[in-house]
Design a protein around this ligand. Structure first.
Ligand SMILES: [Zn+2]
Length: 263
C-alpha cells in the first residue's frame, strides 16, 4: 500500500489522500476536495484513480467528487446512511466492509459516528496499520459536533473503537490542526511535556510534509484520549465545580468537547 498525503493549502486546512496498489497502479482518493492536486499527483505517480471514498458528507470533503468523476469515472463510496446527502454514491459502507484497491490493498470501514452520524474511518490491513480518520480523530484533537453530529456518539466512537486500535497505527486525519490542538492540550494539561516538545518541534511545520503520528503518540498528546489523567481532571474541576474527584471518562470527554467549542 502506498499512501500519498495531499495538502490542499486551503483555509480549512484539508488533507486529501491517495492510496495506491503497487502492482496495478489503481488508486483510491479520500475526500479529494482539491481534485486538481489529486489528479496531478496520480498522474505523476502513474496511478489511475478508480474509487473515491468520502469519510462523511461535509462539503469540504465531497466538493471535488463531481470534477474527479468526470475526469476518471471513479466510483464514489461513503457511509450507507449518507446516500441522500452525497450525490452519485455507487457503494454504501457499513462496519466491517472491505474495500479493495487493485490487487494488494485492503481497507476496512469503521462506522464512526460523532462528527456526523454517517462518518466512516478506514483501517488498512497492513503490517503496520493505518487509520484514515476523516474529521473524527485529528492529531491531538477530536472532531466537532456542530453540523449533524453528537458528542455522546463521538465519545462512544473514541472509547469503543479508536482507543482499542493498536499503538503502532499511523494516523491520517482530514485536516491539519495539530498546532492549534497541541495548544488546547497544553491549556488543559499544562504539565504535558510531550505535547510541549511536539509543539516546539512542529510549530509552523510545512503541511505538505506533515508529521504523521501514531495512536501511541495520540494517547500521550491528545486530551480526548487522556480522560483519566489527574492533571486533566484537576484543571477541569477548576471550570466545573460540580465535577467529582474521580469523574467517569464519559463526563470528562463531554466537558472537554464543550470547552474546546468555546476555546
Ligand atoms: Zn466535517
Amino acid at each position: 500500500m502506498i499512501v500519498k498525503q495531499i495538502w490542499t493549502g486551503n483555509s480549512y486546512r484539508n488533507f486529501n489522500y491517495l492510496i495506491a496498489c503497487k502492482e496495478t497502479g489503481q488508486a483510491l482518493a479520500i475526500d479529494p476536495l482539491d481534485h486538481e492536486k489529486c489528479l496531478a499527483a496520480a498522474k505523476e505517480a502513474g496511478w489511475d484513480i478508480t474509487q473515491i471514498l468520502n469519510t462523511h458528507e461535509h462539503r469540504d470533503h465531497t466538493g471535488g467528487n463531481a470534477a474527479l468523476v468526470a475526469k476518471t469515472g471513479a466510483k464514489i463510496l461513503a457511509h450507507k446512511n449518507a446516500k441522500d446527502k452525497i450525490a452519485d454514491m455507487a457503494r454504501g459502507l457499513g462496519a466491517g466492509d472491505v474495500i479493495k484497491v487493485g490487487k494488494t490493498v485492503e481497507l476496512e470501514a469503521l462506522d464512526t459516528p460523532g462528527h456526523t452520524m454517517s462518518h466512516v474511518c478506514l483501517r488498512s490491513h497492513t503490517d503496520q496499520p493505518a487509520l484514515f480518520s476523516g474529521d473524527t480523530l485529528f492529531n491531538a484533537g477530536a472532531g466537532n459536533c456542530h453540523n449533524g453530529g453528537h458528542p455522546e456518539e463521538l465519545y462512544k466512537t473514541f472509547s469503543e473503537q479508536l482507543a482499542r486500535l493498536p499503538d503502532d497505527t499511523r494516523i491520517y486525519p482530514g485536516h491539519d490542526y495539530i498546532e492549534n490542538n497541541l495548544r488546547f492540550t497544553l491549556n488543559r494539561e499544562p504539565d504535558n511535556k510531550r505535547a510541549q516538545e511536539m509543539l516546539d518541534e512542529l510549530k509552523g511545520q510545512d503541511p505538505s510534509r506533515a508529521y504523521v503520528s501514531t495512536l501511541k503518540v495520540e494517547r500521550e498528546i491528545n486530551t480526548f484520549f487522556r480522560l483519566t489523567s489527574p492533571s486533566v481532571i484537576a484543571k477541569l474541576r477548576e471550570s466545573f465545580a460540580d465535577l467529582p474527584e474521580k469523574p467517569d471518562p464519559r463526563t470528562v470527554f463531554l466537558k472537554l468537547r464543550e470547552l474546546r467549542n468555546k476555546w
